[in-house]
Design a binder for this molecule. Structure first.
Ligand code: MF3
Ligand code: CO
Ligand code: CO
Length: 254
């Protein structure tokens, strides 16, 4: 499947869906504290999307996924399923939100620090955020998807962190996941050319230990094989005529 170029009308709908996804992360922030069960965070986000935003939580029933958001704690890389398990002091947790509004998807995630977090955990979370933004900075017409992966991999390796290879960013629009696969590693000039009107996510997952992962028995939760900590941040990006627009940018990032 070719990489779709969005029309002006589609771009406007993507702006709306992405703003809503960002607003869910802003809304939920005060609830992400020690003692809260991740299924409680899921319920609050679900009700906000459905009742306040009149939007659809994209993960719910997506390929059999049972909840409305993903909550990935500590050595969980991604796709953690909300449960009765409570967050505790020192945890790092990723909340990944995807909403569907007017038929279009907005996808974004951020790391939350629960109480006092260890220095290595903080370093991992910060370096992963920097890697996301170094990847985003490569987005411009005439560049290549490999430029994004290369920037992320270079920053990870400089910080002695490993890039998870089994998951990648993705084109997004009417479909949750569409072409291209946006790799978080690679070489400059590799892959497809980046063109105006493309919309895709960048969502690097970096580990304190080795890059290898496994999937738990629930069929979803990806964890580091060596049980080292993992962090992820995600934005949805529009390619403009002279660079990019971060469609899921939050107020705290402006
Ligand atoms: N939001 C994830 C992504 O960034 C996908 C989650 S799929 C789910 O692509 F089914 F686990 F929700
Ligand atoms: Co995504
Ligand atoms: Co996501």
């Amino acid at each position: 499947m070719a990489i779709l170029i969005k029309t002006a009308d589609e771009i406007e709908k993507m702006r709306v869906a992405c703003r809503l996804a960002a607003e869910v992360l802003e809304m939920i922030a005060p609830y992400v504290v020690a003692g809260v069960a991740t299924e409680e965070l899921d319920r609050i986000c679900h009700d906000y999307m459905v009742d306040v935003q009149q939007a659809i939580p994209a993960p719910l029933n997506y390929r059999g996924y049972p909840k409305s958001i993903c909550t990935s704690i500590n050595h969980q890389i991604c796709h953690g399923i909300p449960s009765e398990k409570k967050l505790k002091n020192g945890d790092i947790v990723n909340l990944d939100i995807t909403v569907i509004k007017d038929g279009y998807h907005g996808d974004t995630s951020k790391m939350f620090l629960v109480g006092e977090v260890s220095p290595p955990a903080k370093r991992l979370v910060d370096a992963t955020y920097e890697a996301l933004f170094l990847g985003i900075a490569e987005v411009k017409p005439g560049g290549y998807f490999g430029d994004i992966g290369h920037a992320i991999q270079t920053h990870a390796e400089k910080n002695h962190l490993a890039v998870v290879r089994e998951f990648c960013g993705h084109g997004i629009g009417k479909n949750f996941h569409e072409a291209p696969n946006v790799l978080h590693y690679g070489k400059r000039g590799e892959g497809d050319m980046i063109l105006p009107g493309m919309i895709f996510t960048i969502e690097p997952m970096l580990n304190l230990g080795k890059r290898h992962m496994k999937i738990l028995g629930d069929g979803w939760t990806a964890v580091t094989k060596d049980r080292s900590l993992s962090a992820q941040w995600e934005h949805t990006i529009l390619v403009t005529d002279d660079g990019y627009e971060i469609l899921t940018l939050r107020g705290e990032e402006r």
